[in-house]
Design a protein around this ligand. Sequence first.
Ligand SMILES: [Zn+2]
Ligand SMILES: [Zn+2]
Length: 339
Amino acid sequence: MEKVLAAVRTAPGKTEIREYPMPEIAADSALMKMEVAGICGTDVKLYKTPPSAAPVIMGHENIGVIAKAGREFVRRKGFKEGDLVFVEHYVMCGKCEWCHAGQYRHCENTDWRNNPEGIRYGYTSAERAPHLWGGFAQYVYLPWNAVVHQVPKGVSAELAGLVTPMANGVEWSLFDGGVGYNSTVLIQGPGQQGLSQTVICKQAGASLIIVTGTSKQITGGKGVDVVLDCTAGAGTLPILLGVEAMKRKAGTMVVQGELKEFPNFPLERVTVKAITIKSARGHSYKACELALAQLASKRFPLEKVTTHRFGLKDVDLAIKSVGGHGVPDVIHASLMPWL
Ligand SMILES: [Zn+2]
Ligand SMILES: [Zn+2]
């Protein structure tokens, strides 16, 4: 029987290459041959402190080619064999109000936090048939409710590998932060997420974009309109600096930390400045489509953001490098399972 190779997280900070059987494809399903899996700060976190003890094929920013597609999959979803696609890591239930609104990220029926049976790429146990629930593998299984986007013509698989940080850029800065013409923006964290936010804010017409990890200001004391926290594991400091950087009234902070507690939270400063705090929670369908259009526009040389490539056997090194321990100076890394 034909086998599929996958890099499986078997314990915190530990990866093994395992073989799985090539799955049978149901009429309403498809199989994607992986081209590129993007690696991000979430991988670093999930690798160090996995949310479960189950073996998991990580990889949640997945670009590939439809290798096999069942008849119903083609009819319902409009994709065919040979199409280059981006598959979101959210898998919708298709029934709830959030899914109907295209906000699969809020679907409670498929969120692993509420429903251990819910499928999410890069999170679901590899013990669950047909096993291929993550992008650090040669193939990924697509059930009828996978959320699939066509990669526009002229966009390579590797460039499309940036779609997730770019979609977060659209979602957080434009939809949540309301960045637009003449906005002033503080982006905290100069990694791939911060860079993607910068590109989107620039395209949207922001007049001043400060990318930093500190509150050093060039706003003439006026402060910024919008603060986007793109730091990873920086504790409470980015929020405290963000509150200070926001000198004007009625700005917006988009936050994404998952600290359990925030001792001495400066609530008075927040309310006196009339700051709105919003949560960055991934991206919507629309944000993904806009991100793909941004990549296709070639307006910015975004291929330069991808600094490193790793093969399947180097998943461990790749994740550690993105986390700052391993190969130095990684901004964005492509995991290419066939390399
Ligand atoms: Zn990610
Ligand atoms: Zn749903």
